[in-house]
Write a protein that binds this ligand. Structure first.
Ligand SMILES: [Zn+2]
Length: 112
């Protein structure tokens, strides 16, 4: 998957995907295959949702989770897009075998 790399030292997170860019806080992270794969999964999610709806659904999912979990970290980790990305960011062939809209299988609420 083609993407453009940006380095933005003031980024509040390690990396983020903003189609067609992968934005990194520091240059070393661009060589971290797990981080890059995680963000590439997000680029694929963005593409299949035609980009803007991804961000709307992402925020909706986050705020819905925040009401449910009442905890930022749990709300973030349980966003369906994040659950898919974290579940597969160590799998080097995941993006080759990934089904369209795979993130929908992660649309469940989990109480821990
Ligand atoms: Zn993520």
């Amino acid at each position: 998957m083609k993407y453009l790399t940006l380095i933005f030292p003031k980024l509040p997170v390690t990396a983020m995907a903003l189609y067609p860019f992968l934005i990194f806080k520091d240059p070393e992270s661009t060589g971290n295959s797990v981080i890059v794969r995680h963000e590439l999964i997000h680029l694929r999610q963005q593409l299949e949702l035609l980009i803007l709806p991804f961000y709307i659904l992402y925020l909706f999912n986050y705020f819905f989770n925040l009401c449910f979990y009442r905890n930022h970290d749990q709300a973030y980790r349980n966003i369906s897009f994040e659950r898919e990305a974290y579940a597969h960011d160590h799998d080097v062939v995941y993006l080759q075998r990934r089904r369209w809209f795979a993130w929908t299988t992660y649309l469940v609420l989990l109480k821990s």
